[in-house]
Design a protein around this ligand. Structure first.
Ligand code: PBG
Length: 328
């Protein structure tokens, strides 16, 4: 016989579909990653990330104003560091007048309300690692000390949050204690809690020239600190540890391939969850759209909505500007 329930009634037209729609995307959902270079008048496209650019500080100002006018109120800053300034300990990261510190101040000068985040060693590391290298290994505790110093330096420059992306054990506690001891009690921590050793980071490493270098006694990949993509339960363990150590926001990274992890964490903890839709995910869609194989805007919106539907409160995405323009 005929079904009593007809679920299709709720899909009859756009009016009813929008009335029952569960997941709504808004500019409030986004963190915008920005790539920054030394120099003047520079806005250079990243080869493997079409329509995404590295900005010098003067042009960064215009970009930040544009983001704010679109309702995008948070940025993640990544700097491309001159090879001459790189060393094993990322010493340049502590330079109060370094590119990162000036970038933070530039954003804050032009837009005081803009939320500014990030902290990582790899753009400053001569070996392209997120930790100090010694004897062919990444040294955990010494790295945490450097990250804590970096965090203070970023907080001094005006960062609202530090967002350690290194996956060292104990770094959230180390950073929290250091910030508190320096009276930065209001500086938050967004922890890259479940960050997987992923091949999707390729274009990002191109953008910053930050890939692990090919040298004897330097690990070729990040598999001794970033998570094995075959593992699910470990993500809960990592996230729990970060929350206990004082993380205000936790993160899953990459995005699309890891939405099961996002939902696990959503169902287990009640802290805000960020998801990083990474550079390779961006490049993949751009490439397919360029060939006319996928409808760029439709797939972009589907992907972003899926990330939020899985449980993300915050989405770091290179598509942020495109999405906001599309939905406004
Ligand atoms: C490193 C860092 C990476 C990304 C963000 N922070 C690369 C890595 O871990 O090697 C990748 C982001 C992206 O691919 O968009 N601190």
């Amino acid at each position: 016989m005929f079904p009593i329930r007809r679920n299709r009634r709720l899909r009859t037209n756009e009016a009813i579909r929008s009335l029952v729609r569960q997941t709504i995307i808004s500019p409030n959902d986004f963190l915008v990653p920005l790539f920054i270079v030394e120099g003047k008048g520079i806005k250079e496209e990243i080869a493997s990330m079409p329509n995404y650019y590295r900005f010098s500080l003067d042009l960064l100002k215009d970009e930040v104003k544009l983001l704010w006018s679109l309702g995008l109120k948070s940025v993640l800053l990544f700097v491309k560091v001159d090879d001459k300034l790189k060393d094993n300990k990322g010493t340049e990261a502590l330079n109060p007048n370094g590119l990162m510190q000036r970038a933070i101040k530039t954003v804050k000068d032009i837009c005081p309300e803009m939320l500014v985040m990030d902290v990582a060693l790899d753009p400053f590391s001569s070996y392209g690692h997120d930790g100090i290298v010694s004897g062919g290994k990444i040294i955990n505790d010494a790295t945490v000390e450097v990250l804590a110093e970096m965090s203070i330096s970023h907080a001094e420059a005006g960062a609202n949050f530090v967002a350690p992306s290194d996956m060292m054990d104990g770094r959230i506690l180390g950073i929290r204690e250091a910030l508190d001891q320096s009276n930065f009690i209001d500086t938050g921590i967004m922890s890259y809690s479940a960050k997987y050793a992923s091949a999707f980071y390729g274009p990002f490493r191109d953008a910053l020239d930050s890939a692990p270098v090919d040298m004897v006694d330097v690990p070729k990949d990040k598999k001794t600190y970033q998570m094995d993509f075959a593992n699910r339960d470990e993500a809960i363990r990592e996230t729990e540890m970060d929350i206990n150590e004082g993380a205000d926001i936790v993160m899953v990274k990459p995005g699309l391939c890891y939405l099961d992890i996002v939902r696990d964490i959503r169902n287990t903890f009640d802290v805000p969850i960020a998801v990083y839709q990474v550079s390779g995910e961006y490049a993949m869609l751009k490439a397919a759209a360029e060939r006319g194989w996928l409808d760029h805007d439709a797939v972009m919106l589907e992907q972003i909505t899926s990330i939020k539907r899985a449980g993300a409160d915050i989405i770091a995405s290179y598509f942020a500007k495109d999405v906001v323009k599309l939905i406004s």
